[in-house]
Design a protein around this ligand. Structure first.
Ligand code: MG
Ligand code: MG
Length: 281
């Protein structure tokens, strides 16, 4: 008989995931505060590392075999898994930052996208800003769907519907080859969380689920390639990509966004969802 660990965690374990979630959020906040033209993604990496270390946690990205950095930094046509480097950021770059922390044996994982501020042509910046806003909105639509869902497939359907409703004419591409995941003792656990509609209903949504929802959306076609560095995922057509992610717990009282200090209250309000703190009993 094969024993599998359940995808449904105990209340105390969900409670234990609050701190790594908050540390992940703090690391991303520190990065966000530094983003400006001339700054390199290696400098952003160092800032995230300082926060995670100072709070007694470890970078879970550094525990991924062959990866040495604390963040992934993906610029413009790079969608995810970009490696920090010494190229100075330029105003108008579309920058996605992904990071995670492991604390006391539990993990957090979160990402955001931003247009590097400064003087850049509006015709360059406006479509990038819109892409990021729609991607972020789709993440929150997915989280809101999770709060009401009976099965996980409803999350991907909500993400796809939101993107379809808010994309410009011609639509956006949603990456098919990369998806969200369960999270807990390991950063990447079962089940997969799709960012699009799939035929399967998916696992039942009930207390104990902890999942990282992470839509990856591009201006053009969703087809991607992995660069020669073996990591960076870029669009084949060269159009820009955006990536937003949160780790979310489903518990007895409702949902709580582990990687948002307010549990997601502000961003979920437009969807009529009120997150509830995890009491852990
Ligand atoms: Mg991530
Ligand atoms: Mg993830």
């Amino acid at each position: 008989m094969v024993l599998r660990s359940s995808i449904y965690k105990k209340p105390a374990h969900l409670r234990a995931m609050v701190e790594p979630g908050l540390i992940t959020a703090a690391a991303l906040d520190a990065v966000r505060a530094l983003i400006a033209p001339g700054v390199t993604t290696l400098e952003l990496d160092a800032a995230a590392s300082r926060v995670i270390t100072a709070r007694g946690a470890k970078s879970n990205f550094q525990m991924v075999r062959g990866y040495r950095h604390t963040i992934c930094a993906s610029v413009n046509e790079q969608v995810v898994h970009g490696i920090p480097n010494d190229r100075p950021l330029v105003a108008g770059d579309l920058l996605s930052i992904d990071a995670g922390a492991e604390y006391a044996g539990w993990n957090g994982d979160s990402a955001f996208t931003v247009v590097v501020p400064g003087d850049a042509p509006e015709e360059l910046v406006a479509p990038r800003r819109r892409l990021s806003e729609v991607t972020e909105g789709s993440l929150w639509a997915g989280i809101a769907a999770l709060s009401r869902a009976s099965h996980l497939g409803e999350v991907g359907a909500a993400i796809e519907d939101y993107i379809e409703a808010n994309a410009p004419e011609g639509g956006y591409g949603i990456l098919r080859d990369y998806v969200g995941h369960g999270i807990g003792r390991k950063m990447h656990e079962s089940p997969s969380i799709f960012n699009y509609r799939v035929p399967e209903r998916g696992a039942e949504v009930r207390p104990g689920l902890a999942v990282a929802i992470e839509p990856m959306v591009v201006i053009g076609d969703q087809e991607t390639l992995v660069e020669d560095d073996g990591w960076t995922v870029s669009t084949v057509d060269g159009t820009a990509g955006s990536h937003w992610e949160h780790s979310v717990a489903v518990h007895d009282g409702g949902i709580w966004v582990l990687t948002a200090p307010d549990g997601g209250a502000e961003k979920l309000a437009p969807f009529g969802v009120v997150p509830k703190e995890i009491d852990g009993r």
